[in-house]
Design a protein around this ligand. Structure first.
Ligand SMILES: Cc1cc2nc3c(=O)[nH]c(=O)nc-3n(C[C@H](O)[C@H](O)[C@H](O)COP(=O)(O)OP(=O)(O)OC[C@H]3O[C@@H](n4cnc5c(N)ncnc54)[C@H](O)[C@@H]3O)c2cc1C
Length: 470
């Protein structure tokens, strides 16, 4: 017996499933999120939000809650034998069209807890301590049977259930995993050291480059230590840190999290199956943590997917739009695997013995992925590029462009005179900007996820709106 109906059932309340749930609720969709865990994580896992994530958080009103909790960081430095070698931040400083040219160092638990509480406030708390027994595709969509016996009939399913995804397995989506035999230890805690502490990502060059020091929120620091074996304990990891930092030394006054992970690399063959089931986040792509791209890429999946589902469920767009999720996100996932893969291998292999410097050079080369600001959909001029943020005057008030965007709608930005009697669909906001701008004298139609959908001259607004037969 069906006990509940919903537009979307999201399996997994990690950051990606929670974001899908939140964006669904914002868009007025009935969204049910299910998770086997009791609560959001308290410690560990991802440690950085990139610049693109920060922009998107601003659009959906989460930025102001998270930003003050974290620590901005835009510098990577290299040290060897206790001596400073180099310091770089050019790839952040040179970013255009953003007010946040840095990572925000902030633990994943803060993101999960905020989203979990927002979903609760919006009236659809995560169903916790609940797993999924089965998902059946039927004429109306998907029938999900939960471990408590409930059956939910929904139009769509999102599998955001992590790297060992039940949903991916159930629908037999190929996920061939490459294991490059690289094992990391990670320690979060409060350190005591005679090395001068700076809020920079520090990569230590010794025989190879196997220790990285990552600043975190509050008084927490993180160390990644490449161990090259699964058989180690915390003393072994601490010994490696101290060897890399010589002649300085370091100890942990308090350890908040100690874990190990073996690098796995894979992209799911499909992100959308049976025209009903989506995979997002780690369920669809896994890779090394180098470059801090896992959480950020997963959140970008959610931002890409939820507006499309919303427009289709409201019969504003045709179901074909849903295929663009896989078309757009799978190549991004592949590029993320390449960049994190190049980084992690550089910590171990270097023909010149300059692993740490090589590492920072690769960060610079792959900055588009790492900052999130180089991601674009398609290769046609401005179309598919992220909208540049900028100071603008709207209705006589100075503000920033991104604060005017609304995730539940397209936005027609008119950088000049607005045509009268424009026939505007209900799901489009029109905003006139009179300030000087990189987009001056153009009309720009922006997608809900802040990528440019189409561009025209000011006398082409009607034509632009016609491109919205999605
Ligand atoms: C040590 C470490 C460091 C990392 N550092 C970074 C970093 O610096 N930056 C970065 O961007 N990323 C980082 N990551 C990666 C990041 O943590 C993941 O990419 C991110 O958690 C993926 O989110 P997700 O929601 O897709 O999956 P998950 O966070 O894995 O969430 C999946 C959820 O699904 C639930 N679930 C699973 N199966 C079921 C089921 N059958 N039924 C119900 N619920 C289910 C789980 O309980 C879980 O809550 C790191 C990861 C690790 C391990």
């Amino acid at each position: 017996m069906i006990t509940q109906t919903a537009d979307i059932v999201v399996i997994g309340a990690g950051p990606v499933g929670l974001m899908c749930g939140y964006l669904g609720q914002l868009s007025g969709l009935k969204t049910v999120v299910v998770d086997k865990s009791e609560k959001p994580i308290d410690v560990g896992r991802a440690d950085a939000l990139n610049a693109r994530t920060l922009q998107l958080l601003e659009v959906v009103d989460l930025f102001k809650d998270l930003y003050p909790l974290g620590k901005p960081c835009n510098t990577s430095s290299v040290w060897a034998d206790g001596k400073f070698v180099s310091r770089q931040s050019a790839w952040w400083d040179q970013l255009e069209g953003t007010f946040h040219k840095h990572f925000l160092m902030l633990g994943q638990s803060y993101v999960e807890k905020l989203l979990d509480s927002k979903i609760k406030e919006l009236g659809s708390a995560v169903k916790r301590l609940t797993t999924v027994d089965n998902i059946e595709i039927n004429q109306k969509g998907c029938l999900t049977t939960l471990s408590n016996g409930d059956k939910i009939q929904s139009s769509y399913i999102i599998g955001a259930d992590g790297s060992r995804s039940f949903v991916r397995e159930l629908f037999k989506v190929p996920f061939e995993i490459l294991r490059p035999q690289i094992v990391w230890a990670v320690i979060d805690g409060v350190v005591e050291t005679d090395f001068q502490k700076v809020p920079e990502i520090i990569v230590f060059q010794s025989e190879t480059s196997d220790v990285a020091w990552i600043p975190r929120e509050g008084n927490i620091d993180r160390f990644y230590i490449r161990m090259d074996t699964k058989d180690f304990n915390i003393e072994d990891a601490l010994a490696k840190i101290n060897r890399a930092m010589q002649p300085h030394s370091l100890r942990f006054k308090h350890i908040e999290w100690f874990s190990q992970f073996s690098v796995k690399e894979s992209v799911a063959e499909n992100f959308f199956v049976n025209d009903r089931v989506f995979l997002a986040g780690d369920a669809s792509h896994v890779h090394s943590v180098n470059g801090g791209q896992g959480l950020n890429t997963g959140l970008a999946d959610a931002f890409n997917l939820m507006w499309k589902l919303s427009l289709v469920l409201k019969n504003v767009a045709s179901k074909n739009l849903l295929h663009s999720y896989e078309d757009e996100r799978k190549p991004v996932a592949q590029s993320v695997i390449e960049s994190s893969g190049e980084l992690v291998r550089a910590t171990k292999f270097s023909t010149s013995g300059t692993h740490a410097q090589d590492y920072v050079r690769i960060v610079q080369k792959r900055a588009g992925n790492i900052t999130g600001m180089g991601i674009r959909y398609g290769s046609d001029g401005l179309i598919g590029t992220r909208l540049f943020d900028q100071e603008v005057t709207s209705d006589g008030t100075k503000t920033r462009l991104y604060s005017l965007l609304d995730y539940t709608k397209f936005t027609l930005l008119v950088f000049g005179d607005l045509k009268k009697n424009l026939n505007v669909p209900e799901f489009v906001n029109v905003i006139q900007i009179k300030d000087d701008s990189v987009y001056a004298n153009q009309a720009i139609l922006v997608r809900p996820d802040s990528y440019i959908h189409s561009v025209g001259r000011l006398d082409q607004m009607e034509i632009l709106l016609n491109t919205l037969s999605l």
